[in-house]
Design a protein around this ligand. Structure first.
Ligand code: ATP
Ligand code: MN
Ligand code: MN
Length: 303
């Protein structure tokens, strides 16, 4: 008991002043994950998750009745009764338009949970540099009949291609069907250049291995192939945040991995609200240690 307490104290879990109404409300019935349970999950991952969600425009998937309910809202703008810890911000390119949403701290994520946000999807930039992304997300979407080993091979190939360009690659499970390879950038190139770079990467992989990869969004041709979805990288596009839960059965989460952990032993939906905190406690360091330190600008020759 004493050891457990020391561990919890050592972790220095964040606390929130946000009022949770109906803390026992069940969001994932099969797993018994409640609103309060979800807050506890985010408290445990917050020290790892924070830089990937704060100060970024957000799209939010809200399921007021949980994952088995019928209501599902993908929201980029405020809703009635939204908690004050979720900020409304003006898009500098759309000053007269509806305001966007942002959180800046742990109270913000608790406010999201209070509002039944079960997926958090940030832009690939911070509000300090709206027009200059600080990451690229390559989303690997396997079509039917693609073995998991092939998805792993695709992620490793993207990593190698990025490294050949002087860029770093970090991998996470999507919590759904695939993997995301994320590249930290020094904010320098604009959205058009970053998206063009991502498209060129996807196109060249599909051109070299047309039987394995496809770089077009057309669903019909995907069977047996991996769609290299580069479309997460335009202005206003989003990808699920590292450590965000997914509004799917199993209370799965999008989990950052060290490359050595990417084996046949774990699948895209392996990590959950339940098994993530013990995993992080057991790790010697952040699985994405050095992410922002590895950021490089996208140079002209790489565009
Ligand atoms: P998977 O491994 O199953 O592909 P994923 O997170 O990569 O998981 P999706 O959940 O299908 O893929 O979402 C694809 C992207 O589209 C997400 O990154 C998200 O930001 C965006 N998105 C999700 N739902 C919506 C929606 N209702 N409207 C617009 N964009 C959405
Ligand atoms: Mn995907
Ligand atoms: Mn996709």
């Amino acid at each position: 008991v004493v050891r457990e307490m020391e561990k919890t104290t050592a972790k220095n879990l964040p606390k929130s002043t946000v009022t949770l109404t109906h803390p026992d409300r069940i969001y994932w019935p099969d797993e018994g994950v409640t609103k309060e349970g979800l807050v506890n999950y985010y408290a445990q991952v917050w020290r790892f998750m924070e830089p990937y969600v704060v100060n970024r425009p957000l799209a939010l998937l809200r399921l007021p009745d949980g994952v088995e309910g019928h209501q599902r809202f993908f929201q980029k703008h405020a809703w009635k009764g939204m908690n004050e810890n979720i900020e409304q911000i003006t898009d500098p390119k759309d000053r007269g338009g509806e305001k966007l949403l942002r959180i800046t701290d742990f109270d913000g994520v608790v406010a999201l949970v209070q509002s039944a946000v079960l997926e958090i999807h940030p832009w690939g930039t911070t509000t300090d540099s709206w027009e200059k992304p600080d990451m690229i997300t390559m989303d690997l979407d396997p079509g039917g009949e693609v073995p998991w080993e092939s998805v792993i091979a695709a992620a490793l190939e993207i990593k190698e291609r990025l490294e050949a360009e002087g860029l770093a690659g970090f991998v996470k499970t999507s919590g759904g069907k695939g993997l995301h390879v994320v590249t930290p950038l020094k904010p320098k190139a604009g959205w058009a250049e970053v998206k063009a770079f991502a498209k060129r990467l996807a196109d060249s992989m599909a051109a070299e291995n047309p039987d394995r990869y496809i770089a077009k969004a057309t669903k019909a041709e995907r069977t047996g192939k991996i769609f290299i979805d580069y479309l997460r990288n335009g202005r206003g596009n989003t990808a699920v945040a590292a450590y965000s839960t997914r509004a799917r059965p199993g209370a799965t989460v999008s989990m950052p991995l060290e490359w050595s952990e990417l084996t046949a032993d774990i699948g895209p939906a392996y990590f959950t609200v339940d098994n993530t905190p013990p995993r992080l406690d057991a790790l010697p360091k952040d699985p994405w240690d050095g992410f922002f330190a590895a950021a490089k600008p996208l140079e002209k020759r790489k565009r």
